[in-house]
Every structure is written in structure tokens, then in C-alpha cells.
Design a protein around this ligand. Sequence first.
Ligand code: F0G
Length: 471
Amino acid sequence: MAGRPARAATRNAGHGVQRCINVVCAATYGLGERIYLCPRCGETLEIVCRLAAPTDREAMRKQWTSRRARRAWSVDPRESSGVWRYLEMLPFEDDAPFVTLSEGNTPLFEAPRSAGYCGLARLRLKHQGYNPTGSFKDTGMAAAMTQAVISGARTALCASTGNTAASLAAYAARAGLEAAILLPRGQVSASKLAQSLDYGALVLEIDGNFDACMRLVKELGDDPSIYIANSINPFRIEGQKTVAFELIEQCQWRVPDHIVVPGGNMGNSTALGKGFQELLDLGMIDRLPKLSVIQAEGAAPLARLFANLNFTGPAGDEQIPEKLEPVENPRTLATAIRIGAPVSWKKALRAVLHSGGQIISVSEQELADAKAMIGRDGIGSEPASATTVAGIKKLVASGHIVGNDDVVAILTGHALKDPDYMIRYHEGTLSFAAGGKQDLESRPIAGAFRNAPERAAATKAAILSSLERRR
Ligand code: F0G
């Protein structure tokens, strides 16, 4: 996949460079070079934007707020989109061919029941499932498809557990590009598959897991007609980092103590870390929130690595190991994060270490109950997102988060992304086979907050008596 980079006439040349994250290599490339891994050493790349520190920070804050206020009626993407509103933080020119579906602009909810469940006085949930295709992927996809158009690509390609696929299919359609999607056959929720079909993508179901699909994508990256839209593409991260800007505005520029995100391929955690770091570098905030990442126990290569890291004193890049031991056969009912070899693990680990956060895993039972609790707040999410609330509960129990801390969890997908999981939890038929030699049998997941449908006779009395039983 390394090889000779495709060059394109670029409309973002003055805005920064792509740089290899390997500090020993640190090679830089133009923004117009269509590469995903460093051609010199094979490591992942990141975009270093040339950001000018605002002379008047208050004026910059006010400008973002006033664009946001105008968003409902505006047809200008720099006002209507929660990505393009932050154009001065992004590696694109003012006249770029912005691809948009009015992404971002997602709510920050108070979640009192989930807070109590975790042992916190207050918990807020930033719900990225309110994006146009129902997941956080849309902010990154707006940037990646814009860059695909700039670079003259024909087909956008991704491997996916379902949400990247749905998002790519929609944004490629908006951009007038072909979309091709590699899905692990039989491991993607019906809702996500349906979306990709509806948006007209070529959907290829592969016999293998997500990691196998990702390996194929890397092999296909040197085909000049193909543009890779996985989060290995640094432009995806640029779009996704805007969630940090929108969130800090919603927090009225008071930096939360902790931000907690689910971890799969590690693009989201990388992006949040980058967004907050850039705000700090520009003097827009005075400290970083602690960024913590939560994985599902059966798909937790980075949590395992983190538990074995032995660092003393301030954590720097030198503490990042060379290799991550992948999980060969990752398992979790949260299919979105069934990933054993995350591509952006180094960037994510660096962001977590710089901020002083944690990386831990949660069991299927903890995840399922946390998901139901998010539902009880009237909010709901897809299973992968609920790792956050389950993880926060554990971090409170271990003392890494204290009861009065200001905590924000990032919910990544809408509840309707996986209705089958919800029905099975509430009906009491959810079960999980952890794998391994001794544990091939499916074990039931007991729904602590089970809410099965009741059969009721078609009479007023029967309905009143059902209500009475609930009271
Ligand atoms: N939550 C949801 C709902 C996801 O779909 C994903 C990843 C994650 C969390 C993990 O985020 O990969 O940035 O660490 N889904 C990818 C996909 C892999 O193909 O849709 P990450």
C-alpha cells in the first residue's frame, strides 16, 4: 500500500502537511498526496494543520457561536454543518467543494439516572448518534469525501462493522462518487446493512472478520482509482476532531474533567485527543480533559496493553510500545467494536497518555446493563456506545473518577442501529459465547433492567391492572 503516492491538484495546499507519527521518521508529505501509511516507514500519518493562534480568542469563540446560531436556516455549509463551521481549524480552503449532510450539531444531554448508576453527581452524554446516518462517523466522512473530490478519486472504499459503511455510502452518494464496502459476513446489524444498500453502495460481504476486511483495504490502497475512507485516512480524523470543538462550546468553555469514549479501531479517541490538544495549543482552553477509552472485554487489545504498561512520571511518546498484540478472534455482542487489530491504536494511546486518562474493558453483562440504563434516561444508544457508562461506573469504583467530577461520555451510535440486541435483552434471550477452550457455550446475559413486553387482554380492566402492577 505504501508505494508511489498519487498526486492531485490540491485546494488545501497552504493549510498544513501530512506527517508520519513515528517520531524517528517524522517524514512530511503534502496534503494532496493520496497516501494513508508513511511511504518511508509504513507508520500511520496525521495532519498537522497550520493553525494561527487567534489574536482575539473571545472573538473566535463568538464567531463559532454565531455561526451555530444561524445554522437552522442557513444553506452555507460553514454555518449549517457542525464540521465546516470550524473551517479555520481544518486543512481546507474557503472554496473547497464541501460535502455535507448538516452533520454534527448533536445534543449534550443530562443523564441523571445513568449518573446515579455510575456513582456520579452529574453525567452528560454527547450523542453523536444524532448525526444524519445515526453515528459519529458522519463528521469524519464529510471531511474525507470532500478530500476525495479534491483528489479526483473515483471510488471510495472502506472496511466496516457497519457504521462507517452506512456513512460512507451516504456521503459518497452526496459527493457523486462510487462507494464500495467490505463487511464481515453475518456480523453486521441489519439496520446498518440496510442503510448501505439504500444509499446505493457496492456491498461486498467477506468471509472473515473486520480485521480481515481491513487488511484487504490496505492492499487495495495503491489502486489509483480508489480512495480509502477508513480512519487510517487522516482527513477522517480531521472531520471527527470537530466534536471536541462543539462539545467545549456546549460546555460554555469549561473543560470537563473526563471525556469517555468507546474504543474499536481507535479513530474516535484519536480525533477527540487531537481536537482538545489543538484547542490547548491555541490557548483556547487551559488544560486537557482526561480522555479514557473503554473496550469490550472480548475485543480489548489496547486495554490489555495499557494494563501492562508500567509508566512512572509524566507519560511521553517514548512509553508507547512498538507493537500491539492483536486479539485473533475478537468477540462481543457490540458488533460495532468487534475489532482485534485497531489501526489507530498508537495515536489513541498517545492521546490518552498525554491527557492522563485510562483504557479499560467491560464485560458483556456490564455493557448490556449500562445500555439499558442509558435507555432509562430516555436517551438510548447502540450497544458499543454503552461501554462508556459501564466503563465510567468501573472508573468511579476504582477511584480514577470521583463522584463530583465533571464527566462527559460520547455516545457513538443511535439506539435503532441494533434493535435486535435491545429486544433480546428485554425479552431475556440475549446470550454470549466468550470463546476460548473452556468457554464455547453461550451464556445468558441476565437483564438487570429487563422490560419484556406483556401480553394483555383487549379490555380496559386488563390494561389498568397492568398499569397497577407497574406502579
Ligand atoms: N461506536 C460505534 C457505534 C462504532 O460504530 C464504532 C466503530 C466505535 C464505537 C468505535 O470507534 O473505531 O473510532 O474506535 N465502528 C467502525 C465501523 C469500526 O466500521 O463502523 P473507533
